[in-house]
Design a protein around this ligand. Structure first.
Ligand code: ADP
Ligand code: MG
Length: 397
C-alpha cells in the first residue's frame, strides 16, 4: 500500500483540501439519508484535532458543466453542521477569489464547503488548470472519496499530483479491507458472484478465476453457466448468447486451479412473483416452462461448507431473486453463515454492489461482515483488477 494516511501528514495550521462523496438523496431540498455525510465525519474531526482546516471538495449529481441551483451543495450545509457539530461555511465556487478568501478566513475548528466541482465542465476532463485553481486554496490534499476514485477528474486525480496527498479515513478503511480480501488475502479465498447477468460481470469473473480458490456462481448468471453445460433452464433469465463465453470461463478456471461451484439444485417457479408456487428440483430437471429463481438447499449446504473452509470471502451479487420472498432464502442463509464465521473470527468477509448491499442488509447479516463497500462502480472496478486513477494518484504522490 503505497499511499499515505492523515497520520503521515503534518496538518497543524494547514488548509486541507478534502475530496469527499456526499451524493446524498435530496427530496425538496431535504436530505433523506445522511449516511454518506456521517461516514466522512471521522476524517473532518481528525483534521481539526490535528490543527488543520478542512476544506471540502465534492461533486453533486450530474450538472453537465453548468451551474444548476438544484444541484448546489449549499443545500447540504445544515446536515453537514449536524454531522460535524461545528460551523460549516460555504463558498459559491470551488476555485477563484471568493473561495480563496473563504479559505483564508476560516477559523480553527470550522469547516469550509466549496460548491459542486462539476459546475465546471473541466472537472470531468481532469483539466490541470482547474486542478491548479483548487490547489491554490490549500496546502495538503486528502482524498476520502473511494466511490469516485474510478474516475480521473480534476478533483480526484490531477489535484493529487499538485499537493502533498493522503487518503482520508473512509478511503483508508476501504483500501485496507479490499487489500485484505484480494491483495494479500489469507487463503483459501472464496468469491461469490451472483446477480442478473454474465455480460455485466465478465471482467470480474475473468479476474477472480486468476486470484481465488473457490468461485461460487449464483443468481441469474448461474443459469447461463448451466446452459453452457448443456442443461435446460426453461424460461429462466439466461443470456444464451453468452453460453460460449461461460464455457470458456469454466475451462480457464480448470487451468488456473480455481474451483467453480454452480448450483446443484434449484428453486423453480412459473412466474417472477413473490410467494408464487415453487418447487426444489435438481439442475438436471428444470421443466420447459420453469423459471429458476433461487439456489436450492443442497447448493446452500455446499456453499456453507466452502465458507467454513475459507479464511477470506469476497461477495458481489445475490444468489437469487432476493427482492421476492421466499427467493431470498439462499442469499440469506449464506449471508448469515458468513456473518457468524466472521463474528467468530474465522473469516474476513468483504461485500459490495448496489443490490448486494441491499440483500445483505435485508438478511440482517451486513453488520457482522468485516467490511461492506458502498462504493458501487469503484468497488466493482477494483474487484475486476483495474487500477483506480484516484488511488494510483495517491500512490504516486
Ligand atoms: P449488484 O447490484 O449487487 O452488483 P446485480 O445488479 O448484478 O447485483 O444483481 C441483482 C439482481 O439480480 C437482482 O435484481 C435480482 O433479482 C437478480 N437476480 C438474481 N438471481 C436471479 C434469478 N435467478 N432470476 C432473475 N433475476 C435474478
Ligand atoms: Mg445492481
Amino acid at each position: 500500500m503505497g499511499w499515505k494516511t492523515l497520520d503521515d501528514m503534518d496538518l497543524n495550521g494547514k488548509r486541507v483540501l478534502v475530496r469527499v462523496d456526499i451524493n446524498v438523496p435530496l427530496v425538496d431540498g431535504v436530505v433523506t439519508d445522511s449516511t454518506r455525510i456521517r461516514r466522512i465525519a471521522p476524517t473532518v474531526r481528525d483534521i481539526i484535532a490535528a490543527g488543520g482546516f478542512p476544506i471540502l471538495l465534492a461533486h453533486f449529481g450530474r450538472p453537465g458543466g453548468e451551474r444548476r441551483e438544484n444541484l448546489s451543495l449549499n443545500q447540504l450545509v445544515p446536515t453537514l453542521e449536524r454531522a460535524f457539530e461545528t460551523k460549516v461555511h460555504f463558498a459559491a465556487d470551488c476555485v477563484g477569489a471568493g473561495a480563496k478568501e473563504a479559505a483564508e478566513t476560516l477559523q480553527p475548528g470550522e469547516v469550509l464547503l466549496l460548491e459542486n466541482t462539476r459546475f465546471h465542465a473541466a472537472e470531468t476532463k481532469n483539466d490541470p488548470e482547474l486542478a491548479a485553481g483548487m490547489a491554490a486554496l490549500g496546502d495538503v490534499y486528502c482524498n476520502d472519496a473511494f466511490s469516485a476514485a474510478h474516475r480521473a477528474h480534476s478533483s480526484t486525480e490531477a489535484l493529487a499530483r499538485l499537493l502533498p496527498a493522503c487518503a482520508g479515513r473512509l478511503m483508508q478503511a476501504e483500501l485496507e479491507a479490499l487489500e485484505a480480501a484480494l491483495g494479500a488475502p489469507e487463503r483459501p479465498v472464496t468469491a461469490v458472484v451472483g446477480g442478473a447477468k454474465v455480460s455485466t460481470k465478465l471482467e470480474l469473473l475473468g479476474n477472480l478465476i486468476e486470484k481465488v480458490d473457490y468461485l461460487v456462481i449464483g443468481g441469474g448468471m448461474a443459469n447461463t453457466f448451466l446452459v453452457a453445460q448443456g442443461k435446460n433452464v426453461g424460461v429462466s433469465l439466461a443470456e444464451r448468447i453468452m453460453k460460449d463465453t461461460a464455457a470458456e470461463i469454466l475451462a480457464k478456471a480448470d487451468s488456473t486451479g480455481c474451483k467453480i461451484i454452480l448450483p446443484s439444485d434449484i428453486v423453480v417457479a412459473k412466474k417472477f412473483e413473490a410467494h408464487t408456487e415453487h418447487e426444489v428440483l435438481s439442475t438436471e430437471n428444470c421443466p420447459e416452462d420453469g423459471m429458476i429463481l433461487d439456489a436450492g438447499p443442497a447448493s446452500v449446504e455446499q456453499i456453507i461448507s466452502i465458507f467454513e473452509e475459507s479464511k477470506t470471502l469476497i461477495w458481489n451479487g445475490p444468489l437469487g431473486a432476493f427482492e421476492l420472498e421466499p427467493f431470498d432464502a439462499a442469499t440469506n442463509a449464506a449471508a448469515l453463515k458468513a456473518a457468524a464465521l466472521t463474528r467468530a473470527g474465522l473469516l474476513t468477509s468483504v461485500a459490495g454492489g448496489g443490490d448486494t448491499v441491499a440483500a445483505l442488509n435485508a438478511s440482517g447479516a451486513a453488520g457482522d461482515f468485516t467490511y461492506i463497500s458502498t462504493a458501487g462502480g469503484a468497488f466493482l472496478e477494483w474487484m475486476e483488477g483495474k487500477t483506480l486513477p484516484g488511488v494510483a494518484a495517491l500512490e504516486q504522490a
